[in-house]
Design a protein around this ligand. Structure first.
Ligand code: SF4
Length: 240
């Protein structure tokens, strides 16, 4: 889609943009190993040692919270497993539950357009994951115990990907990653840290579909993210 069309889709044309340059990435975590099947008492510990293959298998067969009872399938995550950018949403919706991929349907289309507006593309230097891997019934918010049960999987995805920057999409992801109950409004516009990785907060695309007036704020957040990424890359270049 031409960039002007993308920005018109976001109700953001005309605008300026920032563009991040490529820069070397810190060394990957090479200590990841497959782990044996988890005993309940050391489940988290075992998950945090898994490699990608073991982690995917563990998620696809997980029954650690009630959400497994109503899912069609667990939705693991998608994209470049060495990406600089990591986007974290809330949980699968009906279409994601059917297709097994995060952010499909209308919210996914908007997310793809948001990425395109800053010269990014799903699967190319971008990894997308959710806070919970199984669909909450009726698209309700995940309960705290469900978020807690799924926590080690996202934590391990972050450790394996080692992104330069995480974008938390919406309240559930932001509150889980920052271990806070603060509002999106109070968390936006700041460079936070989660799991040792810089993180910024913006709105969930599904919310933006319902709240057009906040699209311009989402664009501000994306510009802030690009600026933050540029700073992180410059710092990495200076250090190398
Ligand atoms: S939401 Fe997470 S913890 Fe719950 S069953 Fe699915 S994968 Fe397991």
């Amino acid at each position: 889609m031409p960039r002007q069309d993308v920005l018109q889709e976001l109700n953001l044309w005309p605008v300026w943009r920032l563009r991040a340059d490529n820069a070397p990435k810190p060394a990957e975590d090479t200590a990841a190993v497959s782990a044996p099947a988890c005993a309940p008492e050391n489940r988290r510990e075992a998950i945090l040692k898994m490699d990608w293959a073991a982690l995917k298998t563990a998620v696809s067969t997980c029954t650690a919270c009630r959400l497994h009872e109503t899912r069609t399938q667990a939705v693991f995550g998608v994209g470049d497993e060495q990406a600089d950018w990591m986007l974290v949403g809330e949980g699968p919706g009906a279409e994601e539950d059917r297709q097994g991929e995060p952010f499909v349907g209308q919210a996914g289309k908007l997310l793809d357009n948001m990425l395109a507006a800053i010269d990014l593309k799903r699967g190319r230097n971008v990894y997308i994951a959710n806070t919970v891997k199984c669909r909450p019934p009726e698209n309700r918010n995940p309960e705290p115990d469900e978020v807690a049960a799924c926590e080690p999987y996202l934590t391990r995805q972050i450790a394996l990907t080692r992104p330069r920057l995480i974008i938390a999409l919406g309240k559930v992801a932001a509150q889980r990653l920052l271990e806070t109950d603060s509002t999106i409004a109070s968390l936006r516009g700041k460079l936070h840290q989660a799991e040792g990785i810089p993180l910024i907060v913006t709105y969930h695309p599904a919310y933006l579909l319902r709240s057009l007036q906040d699209k311009s704020k989402a664009w501000e957040d994306l510009c802030f993210a690009v600026s933050a990424m540029q700073g992180l890359q410059n710092t990495a270049q200076d250090a190398s």
